[in-house]
Design a binder for this molecule. Sequence first.
Ligand code: PLP
Length: 529
Amino acid sequence: MIPQRWQEFLNEQRRQRTEQNLARKIRILRHQPAGRVLLGSQELVNFSSNDYLGLASDLRIAEAAARAAGRYGWGAGGSRLVTGTSVVHHELEGAVAKFRGTEAALVFGSGYHANLGLVSALAGAGDTLFSDALNHASIIAACRLSGGDVRVYKHRDYDELERLLSGSSAKGKRLIITDSLFSIEGDSIDCARLLKLSERFEALLVLDDAHANAVLGKRGRGVAEVQNVSARIDLVTASFSKALGSFGGFVACSREVRDFLVNSSRPFIFSSAMPITLAAANIEALRIVAAEGENLRQKLAGLVRTLRTKLQAAGFEAKGEHQIIPIVVGDEQKALAYSEALENQGMLVHPMRFPTVPRGQAMLRVSVSAAHTDDDIYRLVNAFKIARDKVTGKGTGKVARREAKRPDETIEVLDDSTMTGLNFSEVQALMAEAMSVEAGGDEPTDLAPKPAAPAEAPELAPSGTATIVKPESEAQADATTSAETLHPELAVEPELPKEDPPLASDGDAKTVRRTQRVKKGQTRIHKKV
Ligand SMILES: Cc1ncc(COP(=O)(O)O)c(C=O)c1O
């Protein structure tokens, strides 16, 4: 029973949201391959996702998860320091480090968690954190959680950052943290300038590369690689949920920082390990990006160029620099009207409103994916023109005719037979097959037993790994939240099993190609396999 005072609070919040055109609702979609979704029976080209390389519907990733589920089961069953770390997590961290070109990496449950886990462990009372005004919500939360003094500088205003650094006390530690490619504005940082400031003021520089990871740079190492300074960037956080098409987050760092986080990052220590299946899916996503990323990035860049040129030619100001293109319309109601009119043309473009952007600066955030086609881009530009006619009151006859044809948006009951995207019965078959491999079946898989690792420690194993397991029960680790019960000195990493598989490398991770089992027309994604 919700107390009266609380009910009044909730009612008032709802009233304000509605009055200010800020109410949000969850829309239930069916995700499809090729950058599309179904809303009821209407197919929409999805220009709102972070699936920049089109991997979210790549069945090879689902297959990798299915194989891991068949071999190891679904969940990790505990926090990383107790019983949650499997050989698959270990392999994933090696693969991340290799992909990012760092000594080591540490995986978290999400990108949000990675920011919380890194920043709250590194900085504390007496330290100063310098944060871009338009940093992601997870960075803002992380800075607050650290307990340090937070100084916010105007978006990408490095003169102001310099002034703030000069005026700050040199007693505590200093940390500069910023998105590298800003998730809504689509603009990016000046790495060289930030590096200079970080060196001059002995401030640790942390980049959140969530939207640039795997998308930008020759090897997909993000904004710093585009600006030719990736070797000088020591600390990066990113997410598996954007271009890698999956879920989870990571910190790419030195062995020393990893070891520090393992021993003192509360979001790492007191949260369960990501499911083994997810870790396996993430390894496969990294393998695909290492093998095919360059082509995908080239295709994406071409689509982005075309879209920008055409939007500008049509009189829209296409901001941003890369695959995120904000079209600022200002008024919240106008943004909603644009989005609706675009949707009527079969284009899904989400309106961004307060608190995601400041009040009165609502926008349409267009995000392009390598899964899109040239035709999708032309259709989007045309849809924008028609939407503008509708919103500004011109050409309404044309729009009205299209609206009349709009299919019913009734949400149907989800049922396997109506799913035209991923074929789940296939995934089930794969799981059964993986189990039979476990029981002596004959087809090799990525996760089938591998030859024992060489006797020497794996290249990316954390240095100084302790070999005792901490005397703290899993239940305690999972349930503990108070500072008094945190004993970082006891939190040591469990010894890695002797038969750890070798870390993933570009060449050795086998792709199990299963095209032959896919019936024609079942799913478009199999063309890629
Ligand atoms: C810059 C940035 N950092 C972190 C995150 C959080 O990542 P995740 O979705 O994996 O929690 C996001 C998510 O949108 C983001 O845009």
